[in-house]
Design a protein around this ligand. Structure first.
Ligand SMILES: [Zn+2]
Length: 327
């Protein structure tokens, strides 16, 4: 089992003995100016034995809350006080990050559809292949820090495999321990790290830390606590996880569309429990007259909504997390 012996831990040339920390950049091909594409990698090898955690952020290049979580976690961890090891890649999708967008502009792909990757594939597939083989397969569990892009969304944790095997059950348990209050539990599309790693027996969660441009302090704070909860749970650091007594679990997202165009004013806040028929939002014309009351099509939780208050007929005004249960 990886991480159970006190040995050298390396990712490419970044190498550590037990009790050491190393960080640097791994070169992966070249950019269009012929300069190397460089991935930031940190390895913290604890003085004592324990599991190996793999943490990554900015798999979507405009999702920055996870990068701030990494800053806190990597600065707070000390190899002398760590049981096991942490491999961290704070910016995974470097080409998309430079472009300030979600997908890699070199191949137009979302990184989180490319795992486990391909050594001779497109730009995103090569990055995924490197990460999967050099980092993920050395790990006992993975945390892939995301957010709902730049659209406002509740802070939630996604578990993208069902509970039919050990890695699936451990992934769900890790989602619960992350403790962010809302869990979306549904099998994800092919190519997600949160599916590809559990398929190799490595439990993985995909926390979605809100949704914003830039950084959102509250989402970042919850993300830091979530990562620490998981490290505590695996007995890698001292402390007790802080887990809410009751967390919402949903298995379904229901899109809500509007029939009229205009300006959208919500009557409910993100995270509100709504009943079928409750008014979610009203749409007003340019003079302020209400032209439509948009109602919840199902019972559930107001999960996300678009970033701007202007909508056209047939546009998505919200997503509801449906089929709510609790853990
Ligand atoms: Zn994402």
């Amino acid at each position: 089992m990886p991480g159970s012996e006190s040995t050298v831990l390396s990712v490419a040339h970044i190498s550590t003995e037990p009790g050491e920390r190393a960080e640097g950049y791994v070169e992966l091909g070249e950019r269009q100016d012929h300069q190397p594409l460089r991935l930031p990698v940190c390895v913290i090898n604890g003085a004592e034995d324990g599991p190996v955690a793999y943490l990554q952020a900015a798999s979507d290049g405009d999702e920055l809350n996870g990068v701030a979580v990494m800053h806190r976690i990597l600065q707070d961890l000390s190899p002398g006080k760590l049981r096991g090891a942490v491999i961290a890649v704070p910016i995974v999708n470097v080409p998309a990050f430079h472009a300030g967008r979600s997908a890699n502009p070199v191949d137009g792909k979302k990184m989180n559809r490319c795992f486990p990757g391909s050594k001779t594939g497109t730009s995103s597939e090569r990055i995924a292949h490197f990460l999967f083989n050099e980092a993920v397969l050395q790990a006992d569990f993975c945390i892939d820090l995301h957010q709902g892009g730049v659209s406002p969304m509740i802070d939630e944790c996604r578990v993208r495999v069902n509970k039919s095997d050990r890695a699936g059950r451990a992934s769900f348990e890790m989602g619960r321990v992350f403790g962010i209050g809302y869990i979306f539990h549904k099998k994800g599309p092919d190519g997600q790290l949160a599916r590809a790693a559990p398929a190799r027996g490595i439990p993985t969660i995909d926390p979605e830390l809100g949704g914003t441009r830039g950084w959102a302090r509250d989402s970042i704070r919850k993300g830091v606590q979530g990562v620490k909860n998981v490290l505590c749970y695996y007995d890698m650091i001292e402390g007790e996880p802080i887990i809410p007594e009751r967390q919402v679990v949903t298995r379904k997202h229901r899109t809500v569309l509007c029939n009229r165009g205009g300006f959208l004013a919500f009557r409910q806040s993100l995270g509100a429990l709504v009943r079928k028929g409750d008014v979610l939002a009203e749409i007003r014309d340019p003079f302020g007259h209400v032209v439509e009351e948009v109602k919840a099509p199902v019972d559930g939780v107001l999960w996300s909504h678009p970033p701007y208050p202007m909508v056209s007929t047939g546009q998505r005004i919200a997503t509801i997390g449906a089929q709510v249960r609790y853990v």
